[in-house]
Design a protein around this ligand. Structure first.
Ligand code: WTA
Length: 649
C-alpha cells in the first residue's frame, strides 16, 4: 500500500485551485484561518465552545474522558434532549413560525411544517410512544419512505429517549428482519407503501412475515401513504392517523445524559452481518450541529436540500439533526431525480428556491450523462453553495457540477465522513478553503485526520497510505451494538491509538487529502456501502449455489457495480434463468441496491493455497486487466477457465 502515487489524473497540479469569491467570503461564517487556529491551540476548548451552541439542562463537567480507550466519552455528566434542541429552542428564540420541514411527494403533493407545527407533531407522537409503553432506552425500528412522518417519528424517539434504528426503506423485508432482531425492537413504525417512479411499492404487507418472525415486536404503527391494503392484527397494529388524532399536543422532553444512546444505524462491513453503529446523545449533536453550521455556512434564510435518504447516516446527520438543531429549513423529496422527467431535481430547486444543495457523486455523474439541457432550462440562481458526499468525486464530475449546477459561482464542499464518524470530518470551509476538484481538502477544525503507512507512520506528500483519525471527536461511534469485540478489532487494532477508517488516501504537498476509496471488502455502489460478504452470504443461501465470490467492478455512474462468481452444487446447471433467479434472490435477501449486475458460473473459484478467495484476480478478470502474480494460486487452471467464461459472455 505504501507506494508513490501514480494517479496522474488525480494530480493536484492539474487545476488552479478555485478561490472563494469575495462576495461569498464577505458573508461567510468563517472567512479567515482563526477558526482553525483556535482548534489547533486547544482542541477540547474548541469543542467545548461548540457545545455551548446547544441548550443543556445541566452543563458537562469534563469535555472528554479518555480513561478507557477506545471507549471514549464526551461532555461528561452533561444533560440535554435532542428534540428540545431541534425544536423547542427555536420557538423560544422567536422562530416558531419559520419553516422547519418542507416536503414534496413524487406526485407533487406538498407539506410544510413550521417549527411550532413540527414540535406539535413530535409531541403527539411522543405521547403515542408513551402510551404504547415505549420507555427511555428501548429500541424502535423505523422502516419508511421519505415522508415527513419518518422525521416526526425520529424526533419523537429522541424526545422520549428511545433509541431509533432507521432501516433504509429500499432494504428488503428480510434485511429488515435481521435488523429488528439484532436491535430487539419492540415497536416498528412503517408505511403501507412507497411511491417509486409512478409505481406503488407495498411495504407493510410485504413485512407481514418479518413481523411475525420477530418475537420482540409488540406494536406496529403504519402510516397511510399509498392506500395499499395490509392485514391488521388486533392488539398489534395501529394506524398512525387514528392514534395521532387522539394524542396530546405537548410532551416534556426526557432529560438525557450526554452518553445515553441516541440511535443505532446498521452499516455494511467485511462480514455477512451488518454492524449496528451506536451513536450517543451529546457528542453526536455537538458534532453535527457545528459541522452543519460551518460547512454549509448556515444562513437563516437558507432553504437547504440534502438528497440523501433518512435511512442512511447522511439523512440522520444532515437532513434531520444538523439542520434542525441550527434552526434551518430542511427540504425533503420523496422520489428520484428522473421521474417524471430528468429535470425533476432542478424543477424543485427552482420552485423552492433552494440555496444549499447536497448530493452524491453518483447522482452528479448521471446528470452529466443525461446532458446539460435539463439543468440549463431551469432557474438555479437561488443556489449559493453545493455539497458532495458518499464517495470520491472525480474532477470531471466536480467541474460539471460547478459549472452547470453552481453556475460557476457556488463553492463545492466535498465532505468525507462515515456512518461511524457521525459528522463530516474532512471538508473545505467554503469561505476560506481554495478548492481542488477531487480533494476533500482539510480536516474540520478539532478533527485530526492523517495518512499513515503499514507501520502507522505519517506518509510523505504524494505517498499512498491508510486514512486514520488520530484523536477522538465528539460524534464518533461509541461501539457496535452488542458486539464490542468487533468494534475494537474493526477500528482500533490496526494501529494502536488510531481510528482506522478502512479508506486509502494520500496527501499532497499542500496537505490536501485525496481519498481513494475503501481498502477492505466493502463496495460503494451509488454511494451506498455494501459488503461483498453480505452479498456472498445471500447468494449461498440459494439452494443452487455452493460458493460465491463478489467483487466491485469499476462503473462509470455507480462507482462500483456488483459482479458475482458462483460455483454450483451437484445437479445444477448454469443458465440465464438461474442468473435471474440468483439476482432476484439477492434482491429479496438484501434489497435492490445489492442485486448483482453480472453473475458468472465457474467450476471453481481462484483460491490461495490456504484457501482464501483471490478477489483481486477476479477483479482483474472482470475489468479485463492483465493478471498480476498468480503463483500463490492453488489451481492456476481455474483462472484460465473463468477468464474464458467471462470473455465469452
Ligand atoms: C466513502 C457516508 C471520498 C468512504 C457519509 C467512506 C467518501 C464511506 C466521501 C462511508 C468523500 C464518503 N470522498 N470518499 N467525500 N464520503 N466516502 O458510512 O469510502 O455510507 O469510508 O457514510 O464512503 O460511507 P457511509
Amino acid at each position: 500500500m505504501a507506494q508513490e502515487k501514480d494517479d496522474t489524473f488525480l494530480s493536484e497540479d492539474h487545476f488552479e485551485p478555485f478561490q472563494p469569491s469575495e462576495s461569498f467570503k464577505k458573508n461567510a461564517k468563517v472567512n479567515d484561518n482563526s477558526f482553525y487556529r483556535e482548534a489547533q491551540d486547544d482542541r477540547l476548548a474548541f469543542w467545548s465552545r461548540m457545545a455551548g451552541n446547544l441548550q443543556w439542562t445541566k452543563k458537562w463537567e469534563r469535555v472528554l474522558d479518555e480513561d478507557n480507550p477506545p471507549y471514549y466519552k464526551w461532555f461528561i455528566n452533561g444533560k440535554l434532549n435532542v428534540s428540545e434542541n431541534c425544536l423547542d429552542v427555536h420557538i423560544k428564540n422567536g422562530r416558531g413560525d419559520k419553516r422547519a420541514l418542507i416536503f414534496e411527494g413524487e406526485e407533487g403533493d406538498t407539506v410544510s411544517l413550521t417549527y411550532k407545527e413540527l414540535l406539535k407533531e413530535a409531541c403527539k407522537f411522543s405521547n403515542v410512544l408513551d402510551q404504547l409503553g415505549v420507555k427511555k432506552g428501548d429500541a424502535v425500528t423505523i422502516w419508511m419512505p421519505m415522508i415527513p412522518e419518518a422525521i416526526v417519528a425520529m424526533l419523537a424517539c429522541t424526545r422520549i429517549g428511545a433509541v431509533h434504528s432507521v432501516v433504509f426503506g429500499g432494504f428488503s423485508p428480510d434485511a429488515l428482519k435481521d435488523r429488528i432482531l439484532d436491535s430487539d425492537s419492540k415497536l416498528v413504525i412503517t408505511a403501507d407503501g412507497a411511491n417509486r417512479r409512478g409505481k406503488v411499492i407495498p411495504m407493510r404487507s410485504a413485512a407481514e412475515e418479518t413481523l411475525n418472525d420477530c418475537p420482540s415486536v409488540e406494536k406496529v404503527v403504519t402510516v397511510k401513504r399509498t392506500g395499499t391494503a395490509y392485514e391488521s392484527k388486533e392488539g398489534r397494529d395501529l394506524a398512525w392517523s387514528e392514534i395521532m388524532a387522539e394524542a396530546g399536543e405537548t410532551f416534556e422532553p426526557v432529560t438525557m445524559d450526554a452518553e445515553d444512546p441516541l440511535f443505532i444505524l446498521y452499516s455494511s462491513g467485511t462480514t455477512g452481518k451488518p454492524k449496528g453503529i451506536l451513536h450517543t446523545t451529546g457528542g453526536y449533536l455537538v458534532g453535527v450541529n457545528a459541522t452543519f453550521h460551518y460547512v454549509f455556512d448556515h444562513d437563516d434564510d437558507d432553504i437547504y436540500w440534502c438528497t440523501a435518504d433518512i435511512g442512511w447516516i447522511t439523512g440522520h446527520s444532515y437532513i434531520v439533526y444538523g439542520p434542525l438543531s441550527n434552526g434551518s429549513s430542511t427540504f425533503i423529496y420523496e422520489g428520484t431525480p428522473d421521474y417524471p422527467n430528468r429535470d425533476r431535481f432542478w424543477e424543485l430547486v427552482e420552485k423552492y428556491k433552494i440555496t444549499v444543495f447536497y448530493t452524491a457523486p453518483t447522482a452528479i455523474r448521471s446528470f452529466m450523462r443525461w446532458g446539460n439541457q435539463y439543468a440549463d432550462k431551469r432557474d438555479l440562481s437561488s443556489l449559493r453553495l453545493l455539497g458532495s458526499v458518499g464517495e470520491p468525486i472525480n474532477p470531471e464530475a466536480w467541474l460539471w457540477y460547478h459549472e452547470h449546477i453552481g453556475q460557476g459561482k457556488c463553492p463545492i464542499v466535498d465532505t468525507w465522513w462515515q456512518t461511524e464518524t457521525g459528522m463530516i470530518m474532512i471538508t473545505p470551509l467554503p469561505g476560506v478553503t481554495p478548492l481542488k476538484p477531487g480533494s476533500a481538502s482539510y480536516s474540520f477544525p478539532g478533527v485530526e485526520a492523517d495518512v499513515v503507512d503499514d507501520h502507522g507512520n505519517s506518509t510523505k506528500p504524494g505517498q499512498r497510505g491508510f486514512l486514520v483519525i488520530k484523536s477522538p471527536w465528539p460524534a464518533m461511534l461509541r461501539t457496535l451494538y452488542g458486539d464490542p469485540d468487533r468494534f475494537e478489532s474493526t477500528y482500533w487494532q490496526q494501529y494502536p491509538g488510531l481510528y482506522f477508517t478502512g479508506d486509502g488516501a494520500w496527501k499532497d504537498k499542500d496537505g490536501y487529502f485525496w481519498i481513494m476509496g475503501r481498502v477492505d471488502d466493502v463496495l460503494n455502489v451509488s454511494g451506498h456501502r455494501i459488503g461483498t460478504m453480505e452479498v456472498e452470504s445471500a447468494l449461498v443461501e440459494h439452494p443452487a449455489a455452493a460458493e460465491a465470490a463478489v467483487i466491485g467492478k469499476v462503473h462509470e455512474i455507480k462507482g462500483h457495480s456488483i459482479t458475482a462468481f458462483v460455483t454450483l452444487k451437484e445437479g445444477y446447471e448454469g443458465s440465464e434463468e438461474l442468473v435471474q433467479e440468483l439476482k432476484n434472490h439477492v434482491g429479496k435477501k438484501i434489497g435492490a441496491i445489492a442485486r448483482p449486475e453480472e453473475i458468472f458460473f465457474t467450476y471453481e473459484l481462484p483460491k490461495t493455497r490456504s484457501g482464501k478467495i483471490m478477489r483481486r484476480l477476479l477483479r482483474d478478470i472482470a475489468e479485463q486487466r492483465d493478471l498480476g502474480d498468480v503463483t500463490t494460486l492453488m489451481d492456476p487452471q481455474v483462472v484460465a477457465a473463468i477468464k474464458e467464461g467471462y470473455t465469452e459472455k
